[in-house]
Design a protein around this ligand. Structure first.
Ligand code: NAP
Length: 283
């Protein structure tokens, strides 16, 4: 088994972004990312802090909008509209989940697609489906970078994605398909999941259940990518894959933490750079 080092791969992506951002700064172009957080969910706070730190590391300006949990949908829409018009802001990210009284789709749909660095806006989702897109869906694109880092070609491989969320599972399947994988998407209603996963040369788990993927579910020599971010009974961060059980059977496997997690933020930085280039007419 070889470990896929998400920290190293993400550092390389961020370094490339930092170099390009430095070049743009020399031309007077400053890159700005606005991050909105509503309420005081501790996990969201950690994610937002990490995104701010990443901005600092690559030389972007970050603008945080920390709003109270009782913020109304109208107030949030007003802020999005203000940021859409703000020339200093190249990317807008609204940390999910939002409080229940706010319709997440209404907020996602209100973000200018040219500033939608999470690539959640239906217009950008459509571009991803077609395979002609500027903004990468951050987590799935990060997974593709990790697979590429192994040297294993996706073309012709049996790829199985566990999970069909709009954020991870569905765009993940699209990216694998664009790379000519033969893709199966599985979900909670899938019958006999292990029979399908045992056929996977490349298995991506995005379920949200600790230790869900066990050694008997994977093929000998499979590439196993663990998107899951869960807390186990002891409160420790863990993925969807039983790492200890699977590591000797997989050819390559991602750890949690230190696998997919750092990639998501690196791809967000890449998207923000892309947005800034688009806004300044640079290809
Ligand atoms: P989600 O919206 O809850 O989706 C989970 C998916 O898993 C659903 O499609 C669900 O099927 C499927 N599922 C649930 N139980 C199953 C079962 N027994 N068998 C097969 N499929 C099953 O979660 P998500 O947003 O995609 O996130 C998934 C995991 O990735 C979470 O742990 C999340 O924290 C993590 N995540 C990590 C990053 C990162 O940067 N590393 C980014 C995003 C998400 P149904 O559709 O049928 O319900």
């Amino acid at each position: 088994m070889a470990l896929i080092d998400g920290k190293a791969v993400s550092a390389a992506v961020k370094e490339k972004v930092r170099c390009e951002a430095e070049g743009l700064k020399a031309q007077g172009i400053h890159i700005g990312l606005a991050v909105i957080i509503v309420g005081d969910d501790p996990a969201s706070r950690v994610y937002v802090n990490n995104k701010k730190k990443a901005c600092q590391a690559v030389g972007f300006d970050s603008y945080e909008y920390a709003l109270p949990a009782e913020t109304t949908q109208t107030e949030l829409l007003e802020l999005v509209s203000k940021l859409n018009a703000d020339k200093n802001v190249d990317g807008i990210l609204c940390q999910l989940p939002l409080p229940r009284h706010i319709d997440e789709n209404a907020i996602i749909n209100a973000i200018d697609p040219a500033k939608d660095v999470d690539a959640f806006h239906p217009q950008n989702v459509g571009h991803i489906m077609i395979g002609d897109y500027a903004f990468l869906p951050c987590t799935p694109a990060g997974v593709m970078e990790l697979i590429a880092s192994t040297g294993v070609e996706v073309k012709g491989k049996n790829c199985v994605v566990i999970g069909r969320s709009n954020i991870v599972g569905k765009p993940m399947a699209m990216l694998l398909l664009h790379e000519h994988g033969t893709v199966t998407i599985t979900h909670s209603r899938t019958v006999d999941l292990p029979r399908i996963t045992r056929n996977a040369d490349i298995l991506v788990a995005a379920v949200g259940k600790a230790n869900f993927v066990t050694a008997d579910m994977i093929k000998e020599g499979a590439v196993v990518i663990d998107v899951g971010m869960n807390r186990n009974a002891e409160g420790k961060l863990c993925g969807d894959v039983d790492f200890e059980g699977c590591k000797d059977k997989a050819s390559y496997i991602t750890p949690v933490p230190g696998g997919v997690g750092p990639m998501t933020i690196a791809m967000l930085m890449k998207n923000t750079l892309t947005a800034a280039k688009m806004h300044n007419g640079i290809n």
